[in-house]
Design a protein around this ligand. Structure first.
Ligand code: GAF
Length: 395
C-alpha cells in the first residue's frame, strides 16, 4: 500500500493546501468461490497488502474535487451534487458522495493497485474514498461497517454499471493480516481462516489481457443465474437459498433444464463444495489437493460458467503443466485480467518463468506476477493523527 506521505504529496501538488484525514483500503484475491457471492454462497477472499490511499480535506460547500492519476484522467475532476458527471470514475465518486451525503471535499487518490486486472481496485477505491469522506465530517451518525460495504456496492452498480456481489467491498473492510475470510454472503458473516503455507507461494499473475467488467458478460451471468433459479423453483418448489439444497439435489433437479441453466447451476453447486473442501485442506496444507481444487474451479468457470477466455485457459494450462505449480485458475470476475496459482516457492525463478515465457510466445501477451500475502482491511487516520481499522472505528 502506498504510504500516506504519497497521498499528502499528491494533495499538496493538486490543491496547494494540507489534507486533514486519510484512508487506505486494500485490493483482494479470492482464493476460491467465484461468481457465487451474488448467489448467497461462501467465498474465501483475502485482502492484499496493496491498495488505495486517499488524502482529503473539507472543500468549498457543495463542491467535490478529486484527483487521481490512476483512476481518473490526469487533472482534477470537479462536480456539484446536483450535476451527475459524465466520466465513469467521477460518477463513482459522485455516487459515493451521495451515499455519504457529504459534499464539499477535496480528495487526492494514490494507489499501487493495477486497475481492471481483477484485483478489485474499484472496491478498494470506493471503501477508501467513502471512509475518508466520513472521517472528514464529525457527524452524529456513521454507518455500520457492513452498511459502508453496501454503500460502496450500490455506488459501483449505479455508477459503473456492474451488478457486483458484496465480496470485494467486504474483504476490503474486514480483511485481516495472515488470514483469509470465509465469508457467508447469505448471512453476511465471516470467520477468519489462517493462511499458513510456509513452503508455498500464492501467485497473482496478470494475463496481460484487458477487461472491464461492465462491458463483459458479468451482468449477463447474473441474469442467466436468476433465470436458472426460477426454472429450478418451478421444478422442485420454492426455496429460500440455493444453498439450503444439497449439491446432488441441485445437480439432479437441473438435469432437465435448458443447457445454459444446467451449466450455470452446476458451477454454483460444485464451486460451493470446492470452497468447503479448500477450507478443510488449508488446515492440512496439502498443496496437491489445494491445487486440484483451484484447477477444478477454473475448469468449471471456463466450461460451465463461461467467464474465461482462450488466453486465461492457456495461462492456467501452461502453469499447471509445470511441476511445482499445483493449480491455477482465473481470479475475480474473469473475461481477462488475472489468474491465481499455488506454487512451491522453489519454482519461482525457474519453472514459473519458463511457463510465463511460453504463454507469452503463444499469445503475444506480456505477464506480470506477484507473490501475495494476506493483509489488513481498511484503515482511517483522523485529524488528531490516530489511525484505526475502519471496522473498529464505525459503530
Ligand atoms: C467481481 C465482483 F465484483 C464480485 O462481487 C464477484 O462476483 C467476483 O467478480 C466473482 O466472484 O469481482
Amino acid at each position: 500500500m502506498l504510504e500516506i506521505s504519497a497521498a499528502v504529496e499528491s494533495f499538496r501538488q493538486t490543491y496547494g493546501g494540507e489534507p486533514l484525514v486519510f484512508a487506505q483500503a486494500p485490493g483482494r484475491v479470492n482464493l476460491i468461490g467465484e461468481h457465487i457471492d451474488y448467489a448467497g454462497g461462501w467465498v474465501l477472499p483475502m485482502a492484499l497488502k496493496r491498495g488505495v490511499t486517499v488524502a482529503a480535506a473539507p472543500g468549498e460547500p457543495g463542491r467535490i474535487r478529486v484527483h487521481s492519476d490512476r483512476f481518473l484522467d490526469a487533472g482534477v475532476a470537479e462536480f456539484k451534487p446536483d450535476q451527475q458527471p459524465p466520466a465513469a470514475f467521477t460518477r463513482f465518486v459522485y455516487a459515493l458522495a451521495l451515499e455519504t451525503k457529504i459534499s464539499g471535499a477535496d480528495i487526492a487518490v494514490v494507489s499501487d493497485l493495477p486497475v481492471e486486472r481483477g484485483w478489485s481496485s474499484s472496491a478498494a477505491f470506493a471503501v477508501a474514498v467513502t471512509s475518508a469522506l466520513l472521517a472528514l465530517n464529525a457527524r452524529a451518525y456513521y454507518p455500520q461497517p457492513l452498511e459502508l460495504c453496501r454503500m460502496c456496492q450500490r455506488a459501483e452498480t449505479h455508477a459503473l454499471g456492474v451488478e457486483c456481489g458484496l465480496m470485494d467491498q467486504y474483504v476490503a473492510v474486514y480483511g485481516q493480516a495472515g488470514h483469509a475470510l470465509w465469508f457467508d454472503t447469505r448471512l453476511e458473516k465471516h470467520e477468519y481462516v489462517p493462511i499458513d503455507l510456509p513452503d508455498l507461494a500464492i501467485l497473482l499473475i496478470d494475463s496481460g489481457q484487458d477487461r472491464a467488467l461492465a462491458e463483459s458478460g458479468y451482468n449477463d451471468r447474473r441474469r442467466e443465474l436468476s433465470q436458472a433459479l426460477e426454472q429450478l423453483e418451478r421444478r422442485i418448489g420454492k426455496f429460500d437459498s440455493l444453498f439450503d439444497l444439497k449439491p446432488e439435489q441441485i445437480l439432479n433437479a437441473a438435469q432437465d433444464l435448458p443447457q445454459i441453466s444446467r451449466l450455470r447451476l452446476r458451477h454454483i453447486a460444485t464451486e460451493q463444495q470446492r470452497v468447503e473442501r479448500f477450507v478443510r485442506q488449508l488446515k492440512t496444507g496439502d498443496a496437491i489437493q489445494l491445487g486440484r481444487l483451484l484447477s477444478a474451479s477454473h475448469n468449471s468457470l471456463s466450461e460451465d460458467y463461461d467467464v474465461s477466455t482462450p488466453e486465461l485457459d492457456a495461462l492456467c494450462d501452461t502453469l499447471t503443466a509445470r511441476p511445482g505449480i499445483f493449480g491455477a485458475r482465473l481470479m475475480g470476475g474473469g473475461f481477462g485480467g488475472s489468474a491465481l496459482a499455488l506454487a512451491n516457492r522453489h519454482v519461482l525463478d525457474g519453472d514459473l518463468q519458463a511457463a510465463l515465457a511460453s504463454y507469452t510466445a503463444e499469445t503475444g501477451l506480456a505477464t506480470e506476477w506477484h507473490a501475495v500475502r494476506p493483509g489488513d482491511g481498511a484503515l482511517v487516520t483522523h485529524q488528531d493523527g490516530t489511525t484505526e481499522l475502519v471496522r473498529e472505528w464505525l459503530p
